[in-house]
Design a protein around this ligand. Structure first.
Ligand code: MN
Ligand code: MN
Length: 321
């Protein structure tokens, strides 16, 4: 890690107004990956929605999220810290993608994130649809399978779509378990709800030992007990966090492809993310923000606010190493 006064700081709104300048995540410097050796946490866009089975658009997520992230200031009011003082954070730009080829798109994302991990950088990614989590898990789980705290309306544990096609945003975690990069017994899925075609996804999860927590149970328990359960499930070993914006109620996040009513409030989600403090986090993502369905940008603001919550807990972990 860099010395305290060498860490990158966001451009202050006290010096340049926050609506001015070139948009980067949280107004951090843009650092090209080859120069990222001193970066502790890399904020990375993955502008790709090649796995989307329903309404498309998350390929546009990173650009709008960078724009709305100018609303984020330096200090977290409740955690009483600035992540930019605890860890060296930078915008590493966008992962390479291929919008017209699923296999090649996945390969490009995997190659990029393996370079990120190889440089000792913790990735904090902005999707993209949920299939982008698979190549990121291949990178962070390459040496040993990681645990995961997964917020979503959907399990994303289906086997295949369209007569056997295996790679969609409804299948990433089934593939990750099969490939041995995700440990199902150290995985918890929080906020699951909505109508389904059948229960095949849940049956697979149950068989593999995934802890599936429906929205009813999560609301009954409340954020604190939900996260006590999450910490117990993932334990002390490396854990990934995947935040599908559709875990939020569409009243708070209409800009997404597969909305399900009856979801979390933004405040509940913020409180839950704070419950990740102290976990051995190896990376995180916020996915499925689809700007075409919310030109107001409030869904993207919700997304980058969750990224800030994640950045704070990741920076604390990094500072403790
Ligand atoms: Mn999902
Ligand atoms: Mn979902």
């Amino acid at each position: 890690m860099n010395g305290g006064n060498e860490r990158f700081q966001p451009v202050s709104g006290m010096e340049i107004p926050r609506f001015a300048g070139i948009a980067t995540f949280m107004r951090l410097p843009h650092v090209a990956l080859p120069d990222a050796g001193d970066v502790d946490i890399g904020l990375i866009g993955v502008p790709w929605d090649g796995g989307t089975t329903n309404r498309a658009g998350p390929r546009h997520g990173p650009r709008q999220m960078r724009d709305l992230s100018s609303m984020i200031r330096h200090r977290h009011h409740a955690l009483k810290l600035s992540p930019f003082e605890l860890a060296n954070c930078a915008d590493l730009g966008d992962s390479p993608v291929n919008p017209v080829d699923v296999d090649d798109g996945l390969n490009r994302i995997e190659t990029f994130f393996k370079s990120v991990v190889g440089k000792g950088v913790l990735p904090l990614a902005a999707g993209g649809d949920h299939l982008v989590s698979l190549p990121i898990l291949r990178a962070v789980g390459e040496r040993e399978p990681v645990g995961m705290v997964h917020f979503d309306a959907h399990t994303d544990l289906w086997d295949s779509y369209f007569d056997g096609f295996k790679f969609t945003h409804g299948t990433p975690f089934r593939r990750a378990i099969e490939e041995g990069v995700l440990d199902p017994k150290r995985t918890i899925q929080i906020g699951i709800r909505g109508s389904g075609y059948d229960a095949e996804d849940r049956d697979y999860g149950a068989k593999m030992g995934v802890r599936i927590m429906d929205i009813e149970e999560a609301v009954e328990l409340g954020p604190e007990k939900v996260m006590a359960e999450a910490r117990a499930v993932v334990g002390d070993k490396p854990a990934y966090v995947s935040f599908d914006i559709d875990c939020l109620d569409p009243a708070y996040a209409p800009g997404t492809g597969t909305p399900e009513v009856g979801g979390f409030t933004t405040r509940e989600a913020q409180f839950m993310l704070r419950g990740l403090r102290g976990l051995n986090l190896c990376g995180a993502d916020v996915v499925e923000v689809s700007p075409p369905f919310d030109p107001s940008g409030y869904t993207a603001l919700a997304g980058v606010t969750m990224m800030f919550e994640l950045l704070c807990v990741m920076a604390e972990v990094q500072a403790g190493k």
